[in-house]
Ligand binder design. Structure first.
Ligand code: ATP
Length: 277
């Protein structure tokens, strides 16, 4: 349903961020995009909705050749791709409901949205979505009164109000604690399953990616170096993606430290044993 062929991005500075990316994402598939800083993950996600212009290659969403569009047609195509951001991108002084409704800005006319008059069906759907993401009691709260996890739930509801065909998710858990991160990833996964919605999730946390994605794509220096199932992600493959590291050990307490519980560090072994929290 989403197909990338030969996508290359070279920034005007000369940085080559992506090289000849070939990728097909079927309907309903949740794909995690992992890789070290600077590997090109954000660039790839942003090329799909053309927030970043690919230098070469083609991007197709169902029957629409995204790379050929401009003006109104591009705006329309972007509506079919919901974006969820690391820093939530909410308007702090607006209520939760108004933030969610802003997901419809591309549909209602400028004056209507300026006057904040949204069609009844959009308001009804926003209520349903806020209920679904677990925020039915926060509808009238200002966005800046919410916790990080609640803000991300608003971001998810806003993206879904667009009725997207595809979700583009950029480090959704980077600012969240481990438990909230898991809840957010679980929510995204469940919503994708309920709606047969495909998602590309750019994420640094490999354990979360393994736990909640159907497929993992590893980028290194702008190239795909792994594309497979979460269960296929071995230490060797992690080394191919990120470089040399001892992936299977957890830190030992120092001799003079009390034997407190070690900090949670997900390991492949722990995950295989179902030990991830
Ligand atoms: N606007 C830009 N202008 C020039 N170079 C850029 C720009 N944005 C990104 N780059 C370069 O493109 C490469 C890929 O960057 P990108 O942000 O896509 O990587 P990333 O994998 O998302 O990194 P991170 O995990 O740190 O967010 C890097 O070398 C980066 O310096």
């Amino acid at each position: 349903m989403l197909t990338l062929r030969g996508v290359t991005k070279r920034y005007p500075t000369g940085d080559r961020a992506l090289t000849d990316i070939q990728l097909t994402l079927p309907k309903g598939q949740v794909m995690a995009l992992i890789g070290p800083s600077g590997a090109g993950k954000s660039t790839l996600i942003r090329c799909v909705n053309r927030l970043v212009e690919p230098t070469q290659g083609s991007i197709r969403l169902e029957d629409t050749e995204i790379t050929r569009l401009s003006g109104n047609a591009l705006r329309q195509a972007r509506r079919s791709m919901g974006m969820i951001f690391q820093e939530y991108a909410l308007v702090d002084r607006l209520s939760v409901m108004e933030n969610v409704l802003s997901g419809r800005l591309g549909y209602v006319g400028f004056w209507r949205s300026f006057l904040r008059r949204y069609p009844e069906d959009a308001v009804a759907e926003a209520f349903r979505l806020l209920e679904r993401v677990g925020l039915p009691h926060a509808i009238d709260k200002r966005a800046d009164a919410l916790s990080g996890g609640q803000r991300q739930r608003v971001g998810i509801a806003r993206a879904l109000l667009q009725s997207p065909k595809l979700l583009l998710v950029d480090e959704p858990t980077a600012s969240l604690d481990p438990k909230t991160s898991r809840q957010i990833m679980r929510l995204i996964r469940e919503l994708c399953a309920e709606r047969d919605l495909a998602a590309i999730i750019n994420i640094h946390d490999v354990a979360l990616a393994q736990q909640f994605a159907d497929r993992i794509v590893g980028l290194r220096a702008g190239e795909i170096v792994f594309d497979g199932l979460p269960s296929e992600l071995t230490s060797e493959i992690l080394t191919t993606i990120y470089g040399e590291e001892d992936w299977d050990t957890t830190p030992e307490p120092m001799d003079d430290e009390p034997a407190a519980a070690p900090p949670y560090v997900p390991t492949l072994q722990g995950l295989a044993a179902g030990g991830a929290r």
